[in-house]
Design a binder for this molecule. Structure first.
Ligand SMILES: Nc1nc2c(ncn2[C@@H]2O[C@H](COP(=O)(O)OP(=O)(O)OP(=O)(O)O)[C@@H](O)[C@H]2O)c(=O)[nH]1
Ligand SMILES: [Mg+2]
Length: 173
């Protein structure tokens, strides 16, 4: 899941070998797509959903995303961020974490962040949130291997624990 236009479908295509993204326009995905990838010897189903800013849907596409989340209560949720818009991504990711889904975070569009001189401390974000965080450039296939190797570590965390941790990490910011 993630905000609109952060590269979810490109990432999905990379993982599944599918080629379902037909257009480069934002708002492309209005329905969900299922695909499969192999993890070690296990076949995993992956669902690509439309972008949403929050879990309070404002349009049809957002409704689909939120509905898919509810229907897949036992799934791991991959929260895809635009690395240049971390706050927006966090807003949604925290909502999902709050609902006690196991989460992993992908900081996509890492190339854009580099070009724009935006630095994100991946390890620090990881230790503050307590979930795996990987940087990717989905269009170039960068970070995909690391993503695959970390997906098994996606974890449920309690918002209260994150809040307690923020105090600690906040001191050296
Ligand atoms: N520079 C850069 N562009 C990317 C990256 N990943 C995806 N894009 C581009 O970002 C645009 C949106 O990608 P999509 O995969 O359609 O984004 P999405 O999150 O599925 O969008 P919605 O389905 O509309 O929510 C496309 O033009 C992609 O080529 C990346 O890592 N870096
Ligand atoms: Mg999409």
């Amino acid at each position: 899941m993630g905000n609109p236009n952060v590269g979810k479908s490109v990432l999905f295509n990379r993982l599944t070998g599918a080629d379902v993204v037909q257009s480069n326009y934002p708002g492309t995905t209005v329905d969900y797509t299922r695909g499969y990838m192999k993890l070690k010897d296990e076949e995993m189903e992956i669902i690509d959903v439309p972008g949403t800013f929050s879990l309070e849907p404002k349009d049809k596409a957002e409704e689909v995303a939120v509905e898919m989340l509810k229907e897949n209560r036992d799934s791991v949720v991959v929260c895809v961020f635009d690395s240049t818009k971390i706050e927006r991504g966090l807003y949604l990711a925290l909502e999902i974490i709050e609902r006690e889904y196991p989460v992993m975070i992908v900081l996509n569009m890492w190339d854009d962040a580099m070009v724009r001189n935006i630095h994100v401390d991946v390890k620090k974000l990881e230790s503050i949130l307590g979930v795996p965080v990987v940087a990717t450039i989905a269009t170039a296939g960068e970070g995909i291997k690391e993503f695959v190797s970390r997906i098994g570590y996606a974890s449920r965390v309690k918002i209260e624990d994150i809040m307690r941790g923020v105090g600690h990490y906040g001191t050296d910011r």
